[in-house]
Every structure is written in structure tokens, then in C-alpha cells.
Design a protein around this ligand. Structure first.
Ligand SMILES: Cc1cc2nc3c(=O)[nH]c(=O)nc-3n(C[C@H](O)[C@H](O)[C@H](O)COP(=O)(O)O)c2cc1C
Length: 196
């Protein structure tokens, strides 16, 4: 065995989505965010397209993102559909995070691989970041709600027409103890073997 497998398995199983309401005031440092970004690039990609792009928001940058997404919601919602609670959540929830990483897929100019492969690679890069975060005792949460799939958000992230914005990765140290494992179906439910 080249690595300590029991530790690696424990890390994979213990990684938890931890939402910003559970974050403490302790700040994640930019150095750790850089460590996460370094881990991201080791995800596999077909033809080395490396289609990920991450826009990091910290400090006042988080407020800019929060203001942008809540203002966009206000502009988009009709008077009768405007939900004040949703607006407040879009404006205030990001401020609970130490850092928010915008998860983007930048399409290879030649479009050599199907889009689904490029999105899959970005998701693997995000998993690398989430695992390194978990190893540091940092909670991460991939949010794809709110304004994620709007053209305004895409533009805000500086993305082109063929690129995709896939969500926000919230980061923060949890206030209390690390949450327990969430439920998973056993492998009999999601695998089938063909052996001749
Ligand atoms: C692509 C993607 C998008 C997600 N978007 C949301 C979201 O918008 N809101 C949310 O509450 N959780 C979101 N999640 C997190 C899942 O809810 C979470 O992973 C799930 O509850 C399992 O928890 P665990 O990560 O602790 O195992 C998203 C996860 C992924 C992979």
C-alpha cells in the first residue's frame, strides 16, 4: 500500500456538506484557499483540457457577490413574485462564509470533448477541494441555488457564452462538532456486476 488507506477512506467518508449557518467566526486563510486550488488541478480531464475556473471571493469580495446576487434577484422578480425572505438570504447568507469559490467551466475553444465531460472534470476538481478542506477541519458546501443559472451570474463571473457557471463553494470552520455521516444506500443499489 503506497498510502494510509484507512485515513484516506475516513477522509472520504467524513467529508460533510456544512452550510454557512453552522460556521464559526474563525477565518479560513487565503493560504489554505490556495492549497485547495492547487488540489483542484489534479483532477483528471480528457485531453488535458483542464476546463475549471475558480473565482475566489473573500472579505469585501463576498459582500460584492452577495449584493450582486440579491440585486439581480430583485431586478428579475416581478412585483407579485418578489420573496423578501429569499432576497435577504441571498444578501446575508454569503457573509457567514470565510471564502466563497465560484465554480466555473470554461469551454475549450475547439470543443474537442463533449460538454458533459468538461462538467464532470470540474466536479472532480471540486471534490479534490472539498476533501482537502475536510482534512483541515473546514466545512464546504456546494450551492447551486439562487441566481446560479442566470445569464447575469455568468456575466458577473466573466464567463463566455459556451462556459458554464455551476455554483458556489462556501467555506468555513464549523462552530460545533463535525456533523455525522449522512445516509447512503449500500453498493448493491448502485452497482451491477457482469462477469462472463
Ligand atoms: C452539484 C451540487 C449542487 C448542490 N446544490 C445544493 C444546493 O443548492 N442547496 C443545498 O442545500 N445543497 C446543495 N448541494 C449539497 C447537497 O445537498 C449535499 O451534498 C447532500 O445533502 C449530501 O450531504 P453530504 O455532502 O454531507 O454528504 C449540492 C451538491 C452538489 C454536488
Amino acid at each position: 500500500m503506497r498510502y494510509n488507506l484507512s485515513e484516506i477512506k475516513a477522509l472520504i467518508e467524513d467529508r460533510r456538506t456544512i452550510q454557512p449557518e453552522l460556521y464559526s467566526l474563525r477565518k479560513v486563510s487565503p493560504e489554505i484557499v490556495k492549497e485547495l486550488l492547487d488540489a483542484a488541478k489534479w483532477a483528471p480531464t480528457h485531453r488535458y483540457t483542464q476546463p475549471w475556473f475558480f473565482k475566489v471571493f473573500m472579505g469585501e469580495g463576498i459582500r460584492k457577490l452577495a449584493d450582486f446576487q440579491s440585486d439581480t434577484y430583485r431586478e428579475m422578480a416581478s412585483e407579485e413574485n418578489f420573496d423578501h425572505e429569499k432576497f435577504t438570504k441571498l444578501r446575508e447568507r454569503p457573509l457567514l462564509a470565510s471564502a466563497i469559490i465560484g465554480i466555473c467551466m470554461k469551454r475549450d475553444g475547439a470543443e474537442r470533448d463533449p460538454e458533459v465531460e468538461e462538467i464532470a472534470s470540474v466536479a472532480m476538481a471540486v471534490q479534490n477541494m472539498m476533501l482537502v478542506a475536510a482534512a483541515h477541519g473546514i466545512g464546504a458546501f456546494w450551492s447551486s441555488g439562487g441566481m446560479t443559472y442566470t445569464s447575469q451570474m455568468k456575466e458577473f463571473m466573466g464567463l463566455g457564452e459556451k462556459d458554464r457557471f455551476l455554483g458556489q463553494l462556501y467555506l468555513g470552520y464549523p462552530k460545533d462538532e463535525w456533523p455525522k455521516k449522512t445516509r447512503r444506500k449500500p453498493q448493491e443499489y448502485y452497482s451491477e456486476w457482469v462477469r462472463g
